[in-house]
Design a binder for this molecule. Structure first.
Ligand SMILES: C[S@@+](CC[C@H](N)C(=O)[O-])C[C@H]1O[C@@H](n2cnc3c(N)ncnc32)[C@H](O)[C@@H]1O
Length: 224
């Protein structure tokens, strides 16, 4: 569905907009949908509405995220890209940058490849992020890591991959307590995951994602 023209467009962060109150990114591939997102036209530009129930980064922005450290030139390592929903919006923002999209599931990868075919700045990499040897040669030093994996070893995956992050770079680390240990209190899991990263990262923000998501803690870290 295309929304009508003459809407109020405000830029919240580099490349992130509020359009009549809804979150959106400016599409780098007008006319193309990466999932079932709504499109909106304004002043000759096409925007893709960004659904906070489908993307934890969108939910974090709506819940008051302060550090949005992506820009048009960002090099991003995206760990757990799934079918490319959130990655496609980061790809709109990092229009002249590069997104290295790591995904373990072959099924998700098939969908992700279709998204990457439309978007020149996204590179799909079928790999297990616990073992970087298979993709380390394809990597450059990155400005940002975005990690959202449904795996048990979440902090350890970030630690291993932080060698690709420049000093002073940012990590968006989404923690799913149930994947780490379903028997523990989620708060305990969140704290112990962050504690294990304390020598390598400073914690800048912790954001709960309710009402959009109840299972994750969204954190922003800076590499020391
Ligand atoms: C919650 S989904 C990610 C959703 C995605 N970030 C988005 O917002 O569009 C988690 C993904 O992590 C992937 N994953 C789990 N373990 C992984 C691993 N060790 N290496 C790479 N990807 C992994 C899963 O296959 C799944 O697609």
């Amino acid at each position: 569905m295309h929304l009508a023209s003459f809407m109020k467009v405000n830029e919240m962060f580099t490349g992130v907009y509020r359009i009549d109150g809804k979150l959106a990114t400016k599409s780098i591939v007008p006319g193309v949908r990466s999932y079932s997102e709504e499109l909106a036209q304004s002043n000759g530009e096409e925007y893709r509405l960004w659904n906070p129930y489908r993307s934890k980064l969108a939910a974090a922005i709506l819940n008051g995220l302060k550090h949005f450290e992506f820009n048009d030139k960002s090099a991003v390592l995206y760990i757990g890209a799934a079918t490319g929903t959130t990655a496609s919006h980061i790809s709109d923002v990092a229009s002249d940058g590069r997104l290295y999209c790591i995904e373990l599931s072959e099924r998700n990868m098939r969908e992700l490849i279709k998204v990457c075919e439309d978007r020149q700045n996204m590179l799909p990499i079928l790999a297990d992020a616990r073992y970087i040897d298979s993709y380390k040669e394809s990597m450059e030093e990155c400005d940002v890591i975005y990690q959202d994996v449904s795996a048990r070893e979440q902090a350890s995956i970030l630690k291993i991959n932080s060698r690709f992050l420049k000093k002073g770079g940012y990590a968006y680390f989404v923690i799913k307590s149930q994947s780490v240990d379903v028997s523990k209190d989620p708060k305990e899991v969140f704290e112990s995951e962050l504690r294990s990263l304390s020598g390598q990262f400073e914690v800048l923000e912790k954001i709960r994602l309710e009402p959009y998501d109840k299972m994750h803690l969204f954190t922003v870290l800076k590499k020391l």
